[in-house]
Design a protein around this ligand. Structure first.
Ligand SMILES: [Fe+2]
Length: 344
């Protein structure tokens, strides 16, 4: 194979350009000894938002089979994919790792369904990529925030681009673009893998999907290897991050089309009604009910919606991850969930 190692090193994000919102005396020794993005990684993996990801749905609501991905395992898959690409191309893998670790901090219980239901209920557009940045800046550490670099926060904000998904953005670092692609590639491959597990290989929709996936690779590891190789070879040839011409990209788009009816299938009405119900509960107990729901895990939702006498509801609420986080904020009602607050 062509030797492409380090071929995009000129695009590597220079860590000397990294900046933070405020000087942090607490971590001063680390700032002297480590790269700014390594310091971000330490802050992210010590956060509560990071641990909440293990209780958030990736795609399928079942938790009985632990092989089914959740947001935490998905985030680790994105880290692995993005870091592999950055290592090969000569980009800054610490920056890619930091962005990938926190990119889904803002996902709601019930994933995209939760996002749509909550947006309707509160009549404002709730976007998980904005919430990721709000949580990192204004919710963690009792509202003080994690004081991450602008570059990590901006990468998380731009990992989801609605209609411009899977299109390179010149407005962010090469590493942020790698994470954007890694996120989509990982979730499509893993959602397909979990669809077999949760829906069954004899379902017609799964059969059409797996025909495409088998063209990519014979198993999950093979699919990954082929995607990483194709991604790196095309980027090396173009001289920039690129994944638009390779046959693997076409297969990925086809797999995504096959996933669409499966995504619709799992928008279950009872999951929607659960979100509506916990929103009502949050309205009783919190002055920022939208934020309260956003901070809940799927486990919180299940516990709150399990049939319990009204007198025990407050106790259930106080056992949630959302309550623990909210109770440490000085003024939760004042936090905007639609402003990423990155004009600094
Ligand atoms: Fe993601």
């Amino acid at each position: 194979m062509l030797d492409i190692r380090g071929c995009l090193k000129d695009l590597r994000y220079d860590e000397n350009s990294a900046r933070r919102r405020y000087q942090d005396s607490e971590d001063a020794w680390q700032h002297r000894l480590r790269s700014p993005f390594a310091v971000d990684i330490g802050a992210i993996t010590a956060s509560k938002a990071w641990r909440r990801l293990q209780g958030k749905t990736q795609l399928f609501f079942t938790i009985s089979n632990r092989h089914v991905r959740n947001r935490l395992t998905h985030s680790l898959e994105v880290v692995e994919f993005a870091v592999a690409v950055c290592d090969i191309l000569g980009l800054n893998s610490d920056l890619a790792r930091a962005i990938a670790l926190m990119h889904d901090f803002g996902h709601l219980p019930g994933g995209h369904l939760g996002e749509r239901v909550l947006s309707k209920l509160c009549e404002q557009e709730i976007k998980h990529e904005v919430l990721s940045v709000v949580i990192a800046q204004h919710i963690e550490r009792g509202g003080k925030g994690l004081n991450l670099t602008y570059d990590t926060l901006m990468g998380a904000l731009k990992h989801s681009r609605s209609i411009n998904e899977l299109v390179l953005s010149p407005a962010v670092s090469a590493e942020a673009n790698v994470v954007m692609f890694a996120d989509k590639i990982c979730y499509i491959l893993s959602d397909a893998n979990d669809a077999v597990r949760c829906i069954g290989e004899n379902d017609e929709k799964v059969i059409s999907l797996m025909k495409v996936i088998k063209e990519i690779g014979s198993n999950q590891r093979d699919c990954w290897r082929r995607m990483i190789t194709a991604f790196c070879l095309e980027s090396a040839e173009v001289g920039n991050i690129s994944f638009s011409k390779a046959p693997e990209r076409k297969l990925l788009d086809e797999a995504r089309k096959c996933m669409n009816p499966i995504y619709k299938l799992i928008d279950l009405p009872f999951e929607e009604s659960k979100i509506k119900y916990v929103y009502q509960i949050a309205q009783q107990f919190s002055d920022n009910p939208v934020l309260a729901v956003a901070l809940m895990t799927g486990t919180d939702v299940d516990n709150l919606t399990a049939s319990v006498p009204q007198k025990w509801l407050r106790q259930r609420w106080e056992e949630t991850a959302a309550f623990e986080t909210l109770s440490k904020l000085p003024n939760p009602g004042s936090i905007s969930l639609t402003d990423p607050d990155l004009d600094w």
